[in-house]
Design a binder for this molecule. Sequence first.
Ligand SMILES: Nc1nc2c(ncn2[C@@H]2O[C@H](COP(=O)(O)OP(=O)(O)OP(=O)(O)O)[C@@H](O)[C@H]2O)c(=O)[nH]1
Length: 367
Amino acid sequence: MTERNRKTNFHLLSAVLDEEAKVVSVIKALAYAASFMSFVIGVKSWLWTHTAHASALFLFCALMLMNVISYNRTLNQQLFKTLFLWLVGLLFLYLIAGGGESNTGILWFYVFPPFVFYVAGLRTGSWMLIIMVALIAIIFRFPELPWVRTVYNLDFQLRFAATVSFVSVFAFVMDHSRRKARQELINMARLYEKAARTDELTQLPNRRDMQQQLEKEYFRYKRHGSHFSVILLDIDHFKMINDTYGHDAGDFVLMKISELLVNACRKMDMAARWGGEEFLIQLPDTSLVQALTLAERLRKSIEASPLQYKNQEIRYTISCGVCSISQAKDLASLLKQADVNLYQAKIKGRNMVIPLVVQKASEDEPV
Ligand SMILES: Nc1nc2c(ncn2[C@@H]2O[C@H](COP(=O)(O)OP(=O)(O)OP(=O)(O)O)[C@@H](O)[C@H]2O)c(=O)[nH]1
């Protein structure tokens, strides 16, 4: 994944994380509710001298609360969800095998299918459901097992199997649609977000995106003192290119120069379309001299490489205004100074980089 994509996906990622946090909050609320209910029913059973049943409910209540406490400490969402589901599954199996209050314990199992898909996802949820159904089938089939204390007649077993199958399929389809709709929403948001940050013609980041990136870089500079520089670059006499070769040729030049800028920059740099025929390059961890070296290299390379467009040769040049954050008091004055330098380059005859480098830095110097 490129630096650029990482930036674009940042907001979406946080949206997905928000959704995950919501699931965890729901599970937490359910864990508290289940603990409370099992505790209350446990107390009732205890008073009715059903001590074994009461102990099982108290144990479930304690394990549920321990899982929440452990999550609050470790913040391990996956472990929290998995343990929660298996605890709930074990409670249901216990209720089915023991019968629960007036043999109604089995009714709680209808909660399991929608819940397991919501929490664990469709694939893991399906596997957990299959395992649970297999264990219930064992309870139905072997009532003589030591921990099974309820016998369900065949008629009930068949009706239970049919209704649970129906609920499971329905829950699967519902959750599948929910997840699909959410994914489509994320894809759409990704598209819109990309469009809002990208220049349509050149596919470079647009001014808005660059502005945000500059603010981040400035924040980094303020916090860690990591210097950065910018190159404000403008195509000379671009109006003349449009007028001479046509607007499409002008667009072609803009696209080609964008490619050139992307190729000339390091991964950590960012070139954006700043305005019509103006581009801004942000160079993190780069001194003024290093930025001037790159600008000069770009200027020479463009001057020496005319473009071929529909059998016509288009020669063009650029002017650059360069500035480093160490020469400015803040971000606004950095951009202002780059603009002033670009203006100087224009009035001094174009096809040049300002500030002028008296003693040229080596072409091979890394930027
Ligand atoms: N083809 C094309 N032209 C554009 C686009 N955006 C802006 N322009 C043209 O760019 C030209 C800019 O002209 P000016 O601002 O006079 O600048 P210039 O001709 O480059 O002159 P200097 O900057 O002073 O060297 C205008 O004619 C705009 O119409 C675009 O997306 N495509």
